[in-house]
Design a protein. Structure first.
Length: 128
């Protein structure tokens, strides 16, 4: 069992496959970027909650630090949220909200025009 874990950790990820790595409690976690829906600030000071496929993980960090580590598939849409653009299901322009991963997220007025521009101009973020 230990041998399998050591081998798994030592193998490089497949080409084009990326992970978000962070410390949660006493564990170092690797979450595939494709599995991340959004990040939000936690009610606990200096904590962030990662919302992914069937999981919520709270860890010590800040959205600004996370935003610097993520690629351009993510965007900070509010002081409390960073969202994966390809996980956005709906943008409500009247109420300034975004639906992603089954949750309703606040969209700041300042970021609204930037988000709309990116969603309309970047072909990779369009859903079939």
């Amino acid at each position: 069992m230990i041998f399998w874990i050591v081998c798994r950790v030592s193998l490089p990820p497949p080409p084009g496959f990326q992970y978000f790595t962070f410390k949660a409690g006493n564990s170092l976690r690797n979450i595939p970027i494709d599995d991340i829906c959004f990040f939000e600030t936690s009610p606990k000071a200096h904590h962030v909650i990662l919302h992914g496929k069937n999981q919520r993980i709270e860890f010590l960090g800040s959205l600004n630090d996370i935003a610097q580590r993520l690629n351009d598939r993510f965007m900070k849409i509010h002081r409390s949220y960073i969202v994966a653009l390809d996980k956005i299901d709906e943008i409500n322009l009247k109420h300034n909200t975004v639906r992603a991963g089954g949750e309703i997220l606040s969209l700041s007025r300042r970021e609204k025009s930037k988000l709309l521009e990116r969603m309309n101009t970047e072909e990779t973020f369009r859903k079939p």
